[in-house]
Design a binder for this molecule. Sequence first.
Ligand SMILES: NC(=O)c1ccc[n+]([C@@H]2O[C@H](COP(=O)([O-])OP(=O)(O)OC[C@H]3O[C@@H](n4cnc5c(N)ncnc54)[C@H](OP(=O)(O)O)[C@@H]3O)[C@@H](O)[C@H]2O)c1
Length: 334
Amino acid sequence: MMDFNNKSIFITGGTGSFGKQFVSYLLATYSPKKIIIYSRDELKQFEMQQRFSEPCMRYFIGDVRDNERLKIAMKDVDYVVHAAALKQVPAAEYNPNECIKTNINGAQNVIDAAITNNVSRVIALSTDKAANPVNLYGATKLASDKLFVAANNISGATGPRFSVVRYGNVVGSRGSVVPFYRQLLNEGKTRLPVTHPEMTRFWITLDEGVQFVVKNFSRMQGGEIFVPKIPSIRITDLVEAMSGSREYDEIGIRPGEKLHEVMVPEEMAHHTLEFEDHYVIVPAITFFDKDLDYTQNRAGEVGTPVADKFEYHSGTNPQFLTIEELRVLDKATS
Ligand SMILES: NC(=O)c1ccc[n+]([C@@H]2O[C@H](COP(=O)([O-])OP(=O)(O)OC[C@H]3O[C@@H](n4cnc5c(N)ncnc54)[C@H](OP(=O)(O)O)[C@@H]3O)[C@@H](O)[C@H]2O)c1
């Protein structure tokens, strides 16, 4: 397991759902030298300071679009988690260039600042929407994934190592379906809206997401896209778990929305390894070290190539949560 004791950890988008849970875990488990939160909005930082005011906490106002600010802010940092993003699908469709500036240009700025400051390891958070993207949000995250994978080439043999963690819907995160449904139920609604009754999604809790990122810091050699094995849900099961009824209002698929999500597309099967609890998509192009063997990670775990035509797809996932399991999860995150 990674040792974050006496280390400086830099989190872009540290005031978001992931950032707060990650900080909570770091403070409960280690004695970091510094935890630096880097984000734009002073109110979110002020509120976070009420909860996390330990002496190692630092709150920096800054934008990932601001190259110079990032370079100064990342001084003497050991590890970076890049969580800052614009992530609302409709907002990205409506303001495409804003999404490109934050999610793509911002990613390159994080890479440049990490290389300038010679940080040790960087993990960028990605999403299932980046696999075979159909909306701009997913497309920007795919471009960001490509930048982080290729950054290992620029950083050379002794520079920072960059990897990506890709996962699906985080239960209860800001702006997601569970808090939306909860709000409607609190307002007295009895029938919840469903875009399409056959819709499925990958499902991960915030804590599982944090644990997966932490583990990958000790697994990473640079260039991997780490994908956890997680369950899927049927949206109609979620409706029943939360409202107690299978009645819903069908409102139609929204622009840029898929019926199912994919985390490893079939076209990437020949670049994918299966480990016990996760998959790794290895770089299609060999970068800094031609002898790098991804079948054994730095933590000593061994992976094997997946079958031809393998696809990790939320609709064909062998593991689905039951309505009862969804009910328990809903209670635990409310
Ligand atoms: N939530 C999910 O279901 C999910 C699923 C898969 C992957 N992910 C990925 O996980 C990451 C974290 O998601 P999350 O749920 O924690 O998001 P979140 O709660 O919306 O937090 C996003 C954070 O990014 C910051 N931010 C936005 N634009 C910024 C900019 N230009 N410069 C600096 N900071 C900026 C925000 O703070 P300010 O507004 O104050 O700047 C906020 O702290 C994202 O990369 C997302 O794509 C999320």
